[in-house]
Design a protein around this ligand. Sequence first.
Ligand code: EPZ
Length: 417
Amino acid sequence: MMDKLVIEGSHQLEGEVCVHGAKNAVLPILAATILNGGKNVIHSCPDLKDVRASVNILKHLGCEVEMQDGTLVINSSGACGFEIPERLMHEMRSSVIFLGAIIARFGKAIAALPGGCELGPRPIDLHLSAFRQLGVDIEEEHGYIKCSCDRIVPTAIHLDFPSVGATENIMLVAALAQGTTIITNAAKEPEIEDLQKYLNSMGAKIAGAGTSVIQIEGVKKLGDVEHSVIPDRIAAATYLSCSAAAGGTIELKNVIPSHMEAFLSVAEQYGAKIYVSDERIVHVAPKKLEAVKIVRTLPYPGFPTDAQSPLMAALTLARGASIFVENIFESRYKHVYELCRMGADITVDGRTAVVRGVNELSGANVCAMDLRGGAALAVAALAANGRTVISNVYHIDRGYENFEKTLKALGAKITRQ
Ligand code: EPZ
């Protein structure tokens, strides 16, 4: 639990990375397995802390789960529970994604309200407002939410913000309703398209994922399904950031380049040579990175907020100053203070961070504060002079499979303690 990563920096990275399945695709898909009361075979399932937390919730609800090297087999026929226990809810904030599927299957759901988290307040008002519009009664008391409904009443729902989780929760709760639900201003992330593909493979009738209008025509029953999870575009962007910081040439296999347009555009601005084929990306790092004038995080297809901190870590060594504007989360700059302890020159003012390039970073004892911020510390450590010890590595394990093994295979001097 209290593992640390020890990294000796200043070693170029060379070699291949096979990118694991997408965390943010598989989590809503795991919730969807509740809907069919049958068999779910999920290939390319990444072995992550958040996946294991979701499996614990499914087992708690009565599902049978087997993990066979990268394939998860879930049978939800025996599921009868409808309460997500507090300890599991706090273990993973995004457990809120289970609510829609549990309500659709059982007509009721109880869960602890997710508290705040490393990224600032994580309200779920858009989820709850959508549920209420769909006929769900929701009581909030003593830090719990109790949902119940006789039946889902399909309707048109406009999201004030294209929330990924709220979009997914509406798709899940409406899949078995009698009638058609429309989402406008829906999130367009590729992980939502993967969820639509999963649900339609079960027999759902959903169209529009990847655009801002999604139509869900409810069906009576959903059947067994077999599916392969799309590659993790954020893990891919993280490994490219490692290569940018440490130098060298790496090749990513099992990626979907069209999911990474925003990051690849920035990579060209910082001076990388990028070669793209259908499922591969070759990234040749420049001797010295060029600063990127401005990086604004935005809903897909804009620059992904999850890649902000890994990229920032690399650009601490760029020639010139880069400006970041974090438009998605309230406080997603906790890694800045740890990077400054390694010699970075970063000034934060609200949602804006100015990163002035320095000539070198020096290894230090640093602490991961959240998933992507922890990965950013590893990016910096790979380029720093000397040794860096990163503590609270459990944050990194939430979203990266075999993190240090992957980097070691690229020539990084990294060990887990
Ligand atoms: C998903 O979180 C991802 N998590 C996040 O990845 C990702 O950063 C985020 O989408 C944005 O792309 C999963 O898919 C499991 P949102 P989610 O609802 O669904 C506010 C990672 O590192 N909001 O699009 O929670 C919210 O506070 C994680 O892999 C409300 O105000 O994101 C945030 O500021 C981190 N009310 C913004 O919207 C709501 O009801 C975006 O949230 C819901 C969200």
